[in-house]
Ligand binder design. Structure first.
Ligand SMILES: [Zn+2]
Length: 505
């Protein structure tokens, strides 16, 4: 997308004056940032994240927005590239006589025009990425930017051709060791020589055809500015986020969660907003995003109350690290867990906003109901996409649930079954409980729980059934003819005795 845009803009802007573009660059960027953060004259908004970070590629945690300054620099670098490589053109040769020395190196004389000076600011893009493809060696000056610096000056050789034994093309190793340090001499000696003696050629390292292109220069500048690519460590997380089958505003919400750029009180205080940094749910001082979504008592109750039965461990890791961990735990198990987790986060955040902006205090149970009603509507909307992309899982479940053919065809069914799944690592078995809720032969809900080693399957099965009943109560108005089916004899006895104990049930 960005590349397309760049190509389009490149063709349109190639005639622009350098000065104009460079000044306009900052202005355009600030307008774009204001627009992104919903800023207008009447209600100024805080920019919760640096624009440069938003310009990072999507798999590094950015939004691949246009970094106008880097783009401008990449565009200017194209001029330098032409001056260094296309010396036959008239315009280029007149510039090169003025701004290049005899070795072919770029010069910045104090008398240079403002235009040349501004073009020269982008020289790093070119100089850091060029190298010579050696042909006959006659056009590579030995003191050129893109050739290796010598240990000592000497008069006997001027061009790279002087380092080559031309009768049977090979490097003159005694010359190399005399002029260069051993490491450089080895690198030069290992570079291939042309047998046919073609023209030497300057090539731009990171492109496939050796030609400098504005889009490649732009990419190089972005990666240079991205502090060693911290975001790319989590590229799997970002890929997962962007491929979520959820409404786009929820995907964007999740992107903001993981970049910690939602307006939690602690974040706003950091941006010098005069407000009381307190959580309205539990009155704790210091309302960070992690507190709202995970650590707050309200959030903990919601997480535990969903069918995931998830207990939040209080830790100091960031939301990004927490989510990476969740992704590793669940990615092979049930493809619904990750989008469901995102919906839970979204509802917890909405509840927090209702508290702070409208002073509406919802209880965790209402939040859980919201989660399931949203989840069910998304599931219906996106169900075809889920089916298509996970056919393997579907087949496996289908085989297992062929038992369902023998189930009663009407009424509400809550089905629980313990099952051992084979995992990929060395035949280790993972114990899981599968929970299904059916209404009149239509599936309403399904989930898979993984058992941890120390957890008792019988107890967890009971908990699963309890969740099943809660979910059935939340998702359907059906109240008569409910059956609970447990695919394990022992469990059936246990539940029967539980029923007897609790006559209200
Ligand atoms: Zn709280």
């Amino acid at each position: 997308m960005v590349q397309e845009t760049i190509t389009k803009i490149e063709s349109k802007l190639s005639n622009w004056k350098a000065k104009l573009l460079s000044q306009a660059g900052r202005k355009i960027e600030s307008l774009m940032a204001n627009f992104f953060w919903g800023h207008n004259e009447n209600s100024p908004k805080i920019h919760l994240q640096n624009w440069q970070l938003l310009c990072r590629p999507k798999n590094e945690g950015g939004l691949a927005l246009c970094n106008v300054q880097a783009f401008n620099e990449a565009l200017m670098a194209k001029h330098l590239w032409r001056i260094m490589t296309e010396q036959n053109s008239l315009a280029v040769s007149s510039l090169s006589t003025k701004y290049m020395d005899n070795n072919g190196n770029l010069l910045a004389p104090s008398t240079a025009s403002w235009r040349w000076k501004s073009v020269l600011k982008s020289k790093e893009v070119i100089l850091s990425n060029i190298k010579w493809q050696v042909g006959d060696g006659k056009h590579i000056n030995i003191n050129h930017h893109a050739w290796w610096p010598m240990l000592r000056d000497q008069q006997s050789c001027h061009v790279v051709a002087d380092l080559i034994q031309h009768n049977f093309p090979s490097w003159n190793s005694s010359m190399l060791t005399a002029l260069y340090d051993p490491n450089t001499a080895n690198i030069i000696a290992a570079s291939p020589l042309s047998v046919t003696g073609v023209h030497d050629k300057l090539i731009w390292n990171t492109s496939t055809d050796g030609q400098y292109k504005v889009r490649d220069g732009y990419k190089w500048l972005l990666s240079r500015n991205s502090n060693g690519g911290i975001g790319s460590l989590h590229s799997e997380v970002w890929k997962t986020i962007w491929s979520l089958k959820l409404p786009y505003r929820i995907v964007m919400f999740m992107w903001r969660v993981l970049n910690d750029n939602l307006p939690a009180n602690a974040t706003l205080v950091k941006h010098h907003m005069p407000l009381d940094d307190v959580c309205h749910a539990c009155t704790q001082q210091g309302e960070t995003l992690r507190h709202i979504l995970l650590d707050c008592d309200f959030a903990r109750a919601v997480w535990f109350g969903t069918h995931l039965g998830y207990k939040i461990v209080r830790a100091h890791c960031s939301l990004l690290e927490w989510f990476t961990d969740i992704l590793h735990k669940f990615r092979d198990e049930d493809h619904y867990v990750i989008p469901f987790t995102v919906v839970v986060l979204h509802v917890i955040w909405r509840c927090r906003n209702l508290r702070t902006t409208e002073a509406k205090f919802l209880d965790p149970l209402t939040a859980i109901n919201m989660i399931y009603s949203l989840w069910n509507s998304y599931k219906v909307t996106f169900s075809n996409q889920y089916k298509g992309s996970h056919s393997a899982i579907k087949t496996r479940k289908h085989q297992y649930w062929s038992l369902a053919d023998t189930l009663p065809s009407s009424g509400l069914l809550i089905i629980s079954a313990k099952r051992n799944f084979k995992t990929s690592n060395a035949g280790r078995k993972a114990r899981k409980i599968v929970l299904h809720i059916w209404e009149n032969n239509q599936i309403l809900f399904k989930a898979v729980y993984s058992l941890r080693n120390h957890e008792c399957p019988h107890l967890m099965n009971l908990i699963a059934i309890r969740k099943g009943i809660q979910i059935a109560l939340n998702t359907t108005t059906f109240r008569e003819d409910c059956k609970i089916i447990v695919f394990q004899k022992k469990m059936a006895c246990l539940i029967a005795s539980e029923f007897k104990k609790n006559s209200k049930f």
